[in-house]
Write a protein that binds this ligand. Sequence first.
Ligand SMILES: [Zn+2]
Length: 112
Amino acid sequence: MSLPLCPNCNSEFVYQDQSMLICPECAHEWNPLEKLVEEELFTVKDSNGTLLNEGDKVTMIKDLKIKGSSQVLKVGTKAIIRRIVEGKDHQLDCKVDGAGEMMVTAKFVKLA
Ligand SMILES: [Zn+2]
């Protein structure tokens, strides 16, 4: 496994000391796992508490009124998650069967 370049000075002489990476040229020390941990904090779960990912297929667990229209997404309607965004609700940018693209709240769907 090759080590990354130093993010501080782009030195290629970085070495590993336990979980830390150390640059001998500018003395910069960092933990390569820290960034990964931060990314994992942002997660979106469905009604069953299952982690949702982009590309997952989901179904509606209840009838959902579409904002600004009289159309309703019926329970059982299928959708594919195209993008997940951070937020209290409407986290899922979905392509919904028969309705097109829209934002759906994660707790109103379950993994198909
Ligand atoms: Zn450096």
